[in-house]
Design a protein around this ligand. Structure first.
Ligand SMILES: Cc1ncc(C[n+]2csc(CCOP(=O)(O)OP(=O)(O)O)c2C)c(N)n1
Length: 191
């Protein structure tokens, strides 16, 4: 599965949700599909998109939060899985695109390329619902089901180590940060 096809498939499920992504290739791919003020692309702080998503999910329990993670990023912050499982917000959906690679910085192999099983780690950390979906159609269904439910979910999707032609995003970090903050405030005022 190409990650860009997976993103295309889930776009309609996540476009109105609070979305936090890791930086790099996947951020550029989602941005190219259509930026929304409720999307935040966490630059620089590798590994912490899930931690940021967890904080937002706990602070805004009436809203669904989707984190789009990568294998290299998750491996850098594996403890996030036990922290997520400890607080287990039912409004958090954690999608991990596992391409076995640090694609955004040149494609060095990660530990999932040598056998680490992130879905297994998530289960061992007590994430209550862990799924593995490797086609766009199945992933879309899994995301829809997780968003319709009230159970903290991690979905691991194996994808090819292929990224976009360009990582350019015409959106400076600070602009994204202010847009996103206002989007969250608007959601809060609707409560
Ligand atoms: C603390 C830290 N270390 C390293 C980097 C450089 N860096 C940016 S993206 C990236 C790779 C991310 O890998 P992964 O999560 O697997 O996503 P992919 O690039 O494969 O889509 C790295 C190493 C960084 N930004 N911060």
């Amino acid at each position: 599965m190409l990650r860009v096809d997976a993103l295309q498939a889930i776009y309609s499920e996540v476009e109105d949700r609070i979305v936090v992504t890791i930086m790099g290739a996947v951020a550029a791919e989602l941005y190219a599909l259509g930026h929304r003020s409720n999307f935040f692309y966490l630059e620089h702080a590798m590994g912490l998109a899930s931690s940021m998503g967890l904080g937002i999910a706990l602070a805004m329990p009436r809203h669904k939060v989707v984190v789009i993670d990568g294998d290299g990023s998750l491996l850098m912050n594996l403890g996030t899985l036990s922290t997520m499982a400890r607080y287990r917000p039912g409004n958090l959906v954690h999608i991990v695109f596992d391409n076995g690679s640090l694609l955004s910085v040149g494609g060095f192999p990660t530990a999932t390329a040598t056998g680490t099983d992130l879905a297994g780690v998530a289960r061992a950390c007590a994430i209550p619902q862990v799924m593995e979906e490797d086609t766009p159609r199945r992933l879309k269904q899994a995301v829809a089901d997780a968003l319709a439910g009230e159970t903290l979910t991690t979905i691991v999707s194996k994808v090819e180590a292929i990224g976009p032609m360009s990582f350019h995003m015409d959106l400076p970090l600070l602009e994204n940060r202010f847009q996103f903050k206002r989007a969250l405030e608007t959601l809060r005022h609707q409560e």
